[in-house]
Design a protein around this ligand. Structure first.
Ligand SMILES: [Zn+2]
Length: 311
């Protein structure tokens, strides 16, 4: 058995995970940051809590895998964007409180491993995942191994898809993330609303505010401006996915994150059509499968727990 921990910006989630990737027990706690030492102690306590809940002893655990929203290398957190942890030897700190081997990895890479072993990527040797949330994340399995590089690999959201386009948090303009993330979709939804006072988008936004799903909900109800907006969104999404396919030639690409829950006919179907029409591997007839990710929020825990199988 393994323990997988998913460190999010607001919550810490841990699971006791079987060899086959089943979550046997899970716990979560809000992230309240009081320094690196306290952070490690909280993670160890969370791991202890899932052990207890699952009725397992530390001796039955091969290792604890921890997914971090940032760059990691050799048991250290090098950088995170949401939590003030830089150059923190998390593995060593953790082991002061719970003496088990620790594997640290970037959270998107953990999600890639989870989907590869237990979700949409099962049975492939070359696999990519793209997550559409606040930003656009990515992770790759190449030749049956996680491609982790030097800790900052897979920042797919920061490839430019529109030269001199919308500004991105990273300092560049026109990054994929500025268009294909939920945040980008919300920005484009607001722009569409400003141009189309007649659009149903306004009525939907009155109720719930502008969300990632607002455009898809309005398009489903036949709103013309929203339908055009969804097509534009999928065009940008497909541009980045096609770029990835051309570089990596994965057998499958999984699309995850909140936006991936959009209706099949408005998101996955047109995405597949564009990628299949435009990607370079079409010349060989080896088209990648473009799939919805299957594990949802559990991908991070499962992937962190099964990291050892992807190294
Ligand atoms: Zn960027």
């Amino acid at each position: 058995m393994y323990i997988g921990i998913d460190v999010g910006g607001t919550n810490l989630k841990a699971g006791l995970v079987s060899e086959s990737g089943a979550i046997l027990a899970a716990e979560r706690t809000p992230l309240v940051f009081h320094g690196a030492e306290d952070f490690a102690k909280t993670l160890a306590a969370l791991a202890g809590a899932v052990l207890e809940k699952g009725g397992a002893a530390p001796g039955e655990i091969a290792y604890v895998g921890i997914g971090i929203p940032g760059a990691v290398a050799e048991g250290k957190i090098c950088y995170t964007c949401n939590i003030p942890l830089q150059n923190v030897p998390l593995s060593d700190l953790f082991r002061k409180y719970l003496d088990l081997p620790v594997l640290l990895e970037n959270d998107a890479n953990c999600a890639a491993v989870g989907e590869w072993l237990c979700g949409a990527g099962r049975g492939t040797e070359q696999f990519a995942i793209v997550t559409l949330g606040t930003g656009v994340g990515g992770g790759f399995i190449l030749n049956g191994k996680l491609y982790a590089g030097s800790g900052m690999v897979g920042e797919v959201g920061h490839m430019v898809v529109e030269k001199d386009g919308a500004p991105c948090n990273c300092g560049r303009r026109g990054c994929w993330e500025a268009y294909a993330s939920a945040t980008g979709l919300i920005r484009m939804t607001r722009e569409t609303m400003a141009r189309h006072p007649e659009s149903l988008l306004h009525r939907l936004a009155e109720k719930d505010g502008v969300e990632g799903r607002t455009a898809f909900l309005a398009a489903q109800q036949g709103d013309c401006a929203a339908k055009a907006l969804c097509r534009t969104y999928v065009d940008y999404l497909a541009c980045g996915v096609t770029n990835l396919v051309n570089i990596l030639q994965p057998e499958a690409v999984a699309i995850g994150g909140g936006v991936a829950g959009a209706p099949e006919a408005l998101l996955m179907e047109p995405l597949r059509q564009i990628v299949e029409r435009e990607c370079y591997p079409r010349h060989t007839g080896k088209l990648p499968r473009i799939l919805r990710a299957e594990l949802g929020n559990d991908a991070g825990i499962i992937g962190a727990a099964l990291l050892g199988r992807a190294l």
